[in-house]
Design a protein around this ligand. Structure first.
Ligand SMILES: [Fe+2]
Length: 302
């Protein structure tokens, strides 16, 4: 394993290069429609590996949530830092955020694709943000670390805190300027969330916004108890989407995420980020990495 690398990442890269080489070789051997079919597939694969994962989209969204004050937040999820996509891409996101006047940045988890110990320094661009940054951990941030396979979340936490991130692990922070709570569960995909503890650390005298990695968290709330706004990620929007049809069936790893793949779902007051990174394979198609600027205008009619 090379310096700064992760086994998962390099195995994925090796596999993709085998496919690229096989596709290029087949083009010269095959005939007719099959030959051109392979060519188109090869071009799509090159696009999905080398271009689209690095083509950041900045999306603006306005909502009207009467319980929350007027505010503007930047949201991006599933950064998945890796040897092939790291500090430079995060710097691009930070530069974009700095161009807009936002009150806070929310990151609902999955900072790493592999070992936090080797990748944590790549979080440094977050230090340049001049507004509060709130985050929670995702399933990848809990992956086993090192030979003994110890949960790496303590390493992830250390790097995030030194990058100036307010990490919420089953706890809430009272935001005095906005007179509201920002609550965050620990990763709820692998069962590290403790909703009783999270809810016990806030007072319902003020509204609360909830950060949770998987959108499945909404199943734990009724319409009466649900947060004023829930912000999640985890789905990556399916990573590779079929044009005009949506995510490839079976790819999104959670029930709610299959229904609410990415974007804003007013019926559940749920925002699911399509994410900015990738896992399993460095591929994105018809689904650019997305930084969302979400503005709440409480007086506007929904
Ligand atoms: Fe993820």
């Amino acid at each position: 394993m090379s310096r700064g690398g992760t086994l998962h990442f390099w195995l994925g890269e090796f596999f993709l290069w085998l496919v690229f080489l096989a596709g290029a070789g087949s083009f010269f051997v095959l005939e007719g429609i099959l030959k051109w079919g392979v060519f188109v597939f090869w071009i799509v694969l090159l696009w999905a590996h080398f271009l689209e994962p690095f083509w950041l989209q900045v999306e603006k969204k306005t909502v009207s949530l009467s319980e929350l004050p007027a505010l503007k937040i930047a949201i991006f999820s599933d950064l998945h830092l890796s040897p092939g996509k790291g500090e430079h891409f995060l710097q691009l996101i930070v530069t974009e955020i700095s161009k807009h006047k936002v009150d806070a940045v929310l990151i609902p988890g999955d900072f790493f694709w592999g070992r936090a110990l080797l990748l944590g320094e790549k979080l440094a661009p977050l230090k340049k943000l001049s507004v509060p940054v709130f985050a929670t951990l995702g399933n990848h941030d809990h992956f086993p670390e090192g030979r003994r396979g110890v949960d790496q979340s303590h390493i992830a936490e250390r790097f995030l805190k030194s990058a100036g991130v307010q990490l919420l692990r089953n706890e809430a922070y009272f935001w005095p300027e906005k007179k509201m709570w920002i609550a965050g569960t620990d990763d709820n995909d692998r069962g590290f969330d403790d909703l009783d503890k999270t809810m016990g650390s806030l007072s319902l005298k003020h509204p609360f916004l909830l950060l949770a990695h998987s959108p499945d968290i909404v199943k734990k709330f009724s319409a009466e108890t649900s947060p004023a706004l829930t912000v999640s990620g985890h789905t990556h929007g399916g990573q590779c989407r079929i044009p005009f049809l949506g995510a490839v069936p079976g790819v999104i790893p959670c029930e709610t995420g299959r229904k609410f793949q990415r974007c804003w779902y007013p019926s559940r007051r749920l925002f699911v980020s399509g994410g900015v990174g990738e896992s399993a394979l460095r591929l994105r198609f018809w689904n650019r990495p997305v930084l969302t600027l979400l503005e709440n205008n409480p007086d506007q009619k929904a």
